[in-house]
Ligand binder design. Sequence first.
Ligand code: ADP
Ligand code: MG
Length: 962
Amino acid sequence: MQPVVERINRLEEEFQTLSEEALREKTAAWKEELSAIQDSEKLQERLEELLPEAFAMVKNAARRLCGKKFLVCDHEFHWNMIPFDVQLVGGMVLHHGQIAEMATGEGKTLVATLPIYLNALTGRGVHLITVNDYLSRRDAECMGQLYRFLGLTTGIIQHDQSPEERRAQYECDITYGTNSEFGFDYLRDNGMATNRGQQVQRGHYFAIVDEVDSILIDEARTPLIISGPATISTHQYDHLKPLIADLVRKQSMLCTRLVNEAKELEQQGKKEQAGLLLFKVKLGQPRNKGLLKSMEDPEIRKLIDKAELSFYQETSKDALVELKEELYFSIDERQQEADLTELGRLFLNPDDPNAFVLPDLLTQFADIDADSTLDENEKNKRKQGAQQHCDVQAERMHNIAQLLKAYCLYEQDVEYVVEENKVIIVDTFTGRKMPGRRWSDGLHQAVEAKEGVQIDRETQTLATITIQNYFRLYEKLAGMTGTAETEAHEFHDIYGLDVTVIPTNKPVRRIDNNDRIFKTRREKYSAVIAEIAAAHHRGQPVLVGTASVEASELMSRMLKREKIPHTVLNAKFHMQEAEIIARAGLRGAVTISTNMAGRGTDIKLGEGVLETGGLFVLGTERHESRRIDRQLRGRCARQGDPGLSRFYISFEDDLMRNFGASDRMTKIMESFGIKEGEELEHPWLNKSVETAQKRVEERNYQMRRRTLEFDDVMNQQRGVIYGYRNEVMDCAHPRDMIDEVIDEVVPKKVASFLETHGEEPDVVGLLHWVNTTFPLGMTEEKAAFSKRSLEENSTFLITTLKNTYEKKAALELAEARISLERYVILNAIDRLWQEHLYAMDGLREAVYLRAYGQKDPLMEYKTEAYAMFVELMQQIKEEVLSNLFRSTTNLQAFEALLSSMPQHLIHQNTQEQKHPAPHSSRHEEQEQTFHLPIQRDLPKVGRNDPCPCGSEKKFKLCCGKG
Ligand code: ADP
Ligand code: MG
């Protein structure tokens, strides 16, 4: 690389004669040229050619800025740096997509500007990732001067920015921000935005990650999670449960009576009547003990089947409906459906049986539209009101249906068990418990309500990604840090990043002393305090490194007792911390710091400190990872300063206790003949500690690898879903995509009902599905499914569906309709994807438990996750169909409401994930005013209204029967 460095320096000398204008013109010309290159290989070739000139430009601009003053984070900053040769080399390493290991104080912030400038010329946006918001702002404000001088723009992402502000920052040539902000923006763009205009990022071309070990290794264990309130309100279950429990008891009593009557009838030889009553019980309480017992007798089973068959004949439809109406609710075990009857509705709310009926939204809308006394505004308001009312009703009915199923179809110790206040699903085929898995669509909550255990999922995951997978999105990735070497193989294996160690600008003068080892913590700490006191009195500044906030506080108390003035840092308030740590090099200063505190801020030596030997870094414990210890040592002796480091350890430290280092040391100690109370110091002992550290490092690496292997599965699925989502947002006519769904799903559904495998085609079931999913009000005569072939039926339904939809669509404003259609698909994707995420979490926990059964959890996870995903895609399409006729013309209001839905952003330890952030009261308020639609059935007409087919019968007895 030396020849290139020389070339850069020669070019830079030439550039010194150019005018400032000429420099900016060069930038503009390159930018124009490079942004026209589409092919990425060609682009990289051209960048390679340009590198010396571009680096020379940056170096030259830095030279011209020297002596200039400007504000950085509200403090005056004097620019006085021109890249050193080693910095130029570092810049090249970054440009080539590698990790540059450069010691603390070598000026990595400036190094990054070289490849950033070069790559920003492509116009594709370059991202620089820092460890906190403060550093983003500091580095962007400082280096932004350089970019501006060269004619490029710089953006800064900060936590509190609005989407508009963020978009503006991403539009800049260069954008600084933290990994959390970048990652969350990605998740929001792809998992939440409902149109392209709401997205803020514009691609992932090149990212340089500062303190790359901290971000890609230490934080990689913690996925980014956006969570929001659960779509299913638990309050309704709490409130409905006693009502439904009563209703079920009522029905159960009724059914037991019927079973007894049936027995008598049977004994009297009235077989047919007995069969009829038992069939009625089957409709009302399929798991009734008496019924099940009777059914053990084949004679009786035949009677029931006969009765059942008679009701499913074309001519006895009315009779079946009448029969059901004698119950409080009916249960269809095979279809897993539950339906309230009028009797049931009256029981639940005698004053208003309509409280449990879905309003007829389309007619209401039509009525509103037809009312000439209303202006547009008023019409919209009323429609919105009607829609909201409908949503509430729909959710309530859905909850009731799920509770009925929970009571009548799900039995404790059969379908599930209750353990530790949790409902655990039992695989009914194998009898195996499946901890962590959940039934979807609110059923699990319903069972939880039934059992009176804690109803889970106050919040749910809306979107999530691991840090690893976020950074894999970039076409090109690079990183820089003082400490990467020890983790080189991990960077290589997981990110494909190679580590290149860059020599320091000046020779390192730091003295790393041997560890001092004590038998007990107490002995260690008193030696530490004595050492600090001595240094403080000499005037030598000390940076005391601790392993935890707790340890920092303990140190602080001990120093207070000795009346040694000191400052404590613990990585919470970045801005103040940077200021404090910057003073840590002053004469006599004592600063206590956890390992991440103040990272990124340089410690410059104060006056008269050189003579004392420079900054003294004193580690009070060895960290699990050698890298973190190196990082701490590196805080001193920057840029050729003198400096000194030493670690203090005791046999009682966690590392020593847990990783067997103590035993080995005791042996060494014995062979040296060292007595109680004495301290040890020998290079062999350092080695011994390092061996223990290597062991922990390896274990942690395996854990991170495992996390990643699991997340890879999710990552592929996320790719498909986000791709589909973006397609929906991009397509000009979402109607086409809906038509595709109709064309795909309807034939599948038709086949599922009609394709016979030795059984009778389920014509009734199909009609029921049609009439409860679409407002077609289809009569049996009109449907006439049995008269057509499978294909003809599909075609017939598809045509009818599309025609009806066309009619509905004609009512709406064209533009509103398009966004509505888009929304229908997006909503289906989002709702079910979120359910899926939740189920995947459950699966992940579950497979770990299976590991005890000698199964490879990863394989199990992959297989099941694949099956779940296939099902998800199918469900999404079905949901698109069910939501098709649910309309809100006032979409803007709806979208605004949606995007204002509270979201929690969590970036925390996986261990903590299981306890999601609790609701704040604000979230609860909002949740009450808005429910995501989760309804299943939407009959066009109220059940007791006259049937629209003109038969003069009630709807429920005519087309509405099912
Ligand atoms: P690192 O991130 O590598 O620890 P920084 O980027 O924080 O280092 O820089 C450390 C200090 O060195 C800063 O005060 C910076 O202004 C200074 N510096 C960096 N490069 C140069 C240079 N070429 N000439 C003079 N000072 C420099
Ligand atoms: Mg830095």
